[in-house]
Design a protein around this ligand. Structure first.
Ligand SMILES: [Zn+2]
Length: 559
């Protein structure tokens, strides 16, 4: 192998297990593995200070190239001297490549050999995310470890799609290495191949030939069963060189992490510790404690009697219960702090056990411990879950006391729809649709709705039209909506009490029949073009007089 930028030192290998302990160097210090990386998507780990992360033992944080490329943008990182100085984080940073987010994008994304073209959710700009742009952005961010741009597909993809994706990933890996030039930042490749062992083998064989500083196992934790993930993880880890770090992307619960260490993985990242903290769930040595439960209302106990974190040293379960019931940000912060500490403490115990060659007994013991529920207050009644989250495809319903209901993309957090009234107001103000439909011209007004979302913009146009038509003669209007994913609209249609604009029957008909014509306003119709947006645009009637772009702030009008 070529020399690594990491001085990777494999310190110990457990007996009866593939678990390993190692030390390696980054531009910002020495890393001890196995390790867990808290996720700092937007150059911040949600509700956590860099100081408390550092104190709890965070060695390296994960930041998100896709989001940071869009906002604040690479020029801010260049001006501010990189992410470490920008966010005041002294430790190491790993940046993902943006591949995962791009391929999760529902609309306005098209794939070529060159890269992925998508539309920014910040300003509507079209961006070509190529391997070169991803690496240049990661160089501007100044991470210690960069990831190659890969083509992600669902782990359950068929063989043909999986092979095509891994071949593109291989070519992009070569381009990513070239784009790094002489940067001292290290770079990891990503092994793809879905659930097919022979494809994993093919992917690994191609990538380990190249001078990467580490290797990630990609394409897992995206829809497969737990046992499938564990099998593929074990099989793939065994294909990787011993003298490079191995990183399992996006995994997982403490139990998942333990299982993957046993199978030979060194590095992990996951949003779970801060995400579950927001709803008051904590990992403890006494099982998973749901602090929303009223059993804690008067509890003077520590959150976890065996935890050395500052939260457990100071605060009672009663106080944390109160903070979570009142949805105070401090509750999220404190419970996130504890959960991150819990992960790091687990990794430290695992590491010590590997070095002292007692990992296997620890593994068997922790396997039991990590899957128990609350030991001290077992849940006998049905579990007090937060209201079940409605989901379809990659979208979920978001309900909160402070904001109108919305539909969000699960992975990017991008809001697809709120309420029609908001969109309608925007439309009438910005598009002057009402003037556009007045009958000076007789040809139909064609509206392109690129990125149908949950149909709010199109419905707003319909509602405005119907209102205008009630007052006098109007031009015919034809709306053409483009999408390659109907999930957000389907989800909104299943939740009409939250999305009142969908009580208008047009969207139901559109989804079922692909088109809708008003029975009362003869000139009003709506057609759906479903498929890759760039392809569909070529087939659609046009040119449009008005284009509704996906981003609400970028609605453009040319009347
Ligand atoms: Zn604690």
């Amino acid at each position: 192998m070529s020399p690594s930028r990491h001085d990777f030192n494999l310190e110990a290998q457990a007996s009866g297990s593939k678990a390993r302990a190692a030390t390696f160097r980054t531009l910002h210090g020495v890393i001890q593995s196995p390790l867990f990386m808290p996720v700092g998507t937007q150059a911040t780990v949600k509700a956590q200070l860099p100081e408390t992360l550092h104190e709890s033992g965070s060695q390296i944080l994960l930041a998100n190239t896709y989001h940071l490329l869009l906002r604040p943008g690479p020029e801010v990182f260049r001006k501010m001297g990189g992410i470490h100085r920008f966010m005041q984080w002294p430790g190491s940073v790993l940046t993902d490549s943006g591949g995962y987010q791009i391929f999760s994008l529902p609309h306005s994304r098209s794939m070529t050999e060159e890269g992925a073209v998508f539309q920014s959710y910040v300003d509507g700009q079209r961006i070509l995310l190529s391997p070169e742009l991803s690496i240049q952005t990661q160089m501007a961010i100044g991470s210690d470890i960069m990831m190659v741009l890969d083509q992600c597909i669902p782990s359950t993809a068929d063989e043909k799609a999986a092979r095509a994706a891994l071949q593109v990933t291989q070519r992009w890996a070569v381009r990513s290495l070239a784009a790094r030039e002489d940067s001292p930042q290290s770079m990891f490749a990503i092994i793809q191949g879905a659930l097919f062992p022979h494809l994993r083998k093919e992917s690994a064989a191609g990538l380990v030939e190249l001078p990467f500083d580490g290797f990630a196992i990609g394409g897992l934790a995206v829809g497969e069963e737990k046992h499938q993930r564990e099998d593929v993880c074990e099989f793939t880890a065994a294909l990787l060189p011993e003298d490079r770090p191995r990183y399992l992307m996006g995994v997982g619960t403490p139990l998942d992490v333990l299982e993957a260490v046993h199978r030979g993985v060194d590095m992990f990242d996951c949003i779970i510790p801060t995400q579950v903290a927001k709803r008051g769930s904590c990992f403890t040595s006494r099982g998973i404690v749901e602090l929303r439960r009223s059993v804690y209302k008067f509890s003077d106990e520590k959150l976890d009697p065996n935890c050395a974190c500052p939260v457990c040293a100071k605060y009672s379960r009663a106080y944390l219960h109160h903070l979570t019931k009142t949805q105070e940000p401090l509750g999220w912060q404190l419970m996130g702090q504890h959960n991150i500490h819990f992960y790091h403490q687990l990794m430290r115990e695992i590491r010590a056990s590997i070095i002292e060659d007692r990992f296997l007994p620890l593994y068997h013991e922790q396997r039991q411990v990590l899957q128990v529920d609350d030991v001290d207050h077992p849940i006998t009644n049905p579990r007090p879950q937060p209201a079940p989250v409605a989901r379809i495809g990659d979208y979920e319903l978001h309900l909160s006391e402070d904001e109108p209901a919305s539909i969000r993309h699960i992975i990017t957090g991008h809001t697809v729809a709120t309420s029609a009234s908001v969109e309608a107001a925007h439309l009438s103000r910005r598009l002057r649709l009402a003037e556009g439909v007045s009958p000076e011209k007789t040809a139909p007004i064609i509206i392109w709705d690129i990125g149908l979302g949950a149909g709010a913009a199109a419905l707003a146009a319909i509602l405005i039209y119907e209102e205008e038509a009630g007052q006098g003669p109007v031009r015919p209007m034809h709306i053409v909506s483009f999408t390659d994913d109907l999930s957000p609209l389907r989800l909104a249609l299943s939740q009409k009490r939250h999305f009142e604009y969908l009580r208008h029957g047009a969207a139901d008909t559109l989804v079922h029949r692909g088109a809708w014509k008003s029975r009362y306003r003869t000139g009003l119709s709506w057609t759906l073009f479903q498929g890759p947006v760039n392809e569909m645009l070529k087939q659609a009637p046009g040119p449009p007089e008005i284009t509704l772009a996906e981003s609400d702030t970028q609605i453009t009008a040319s009347l």
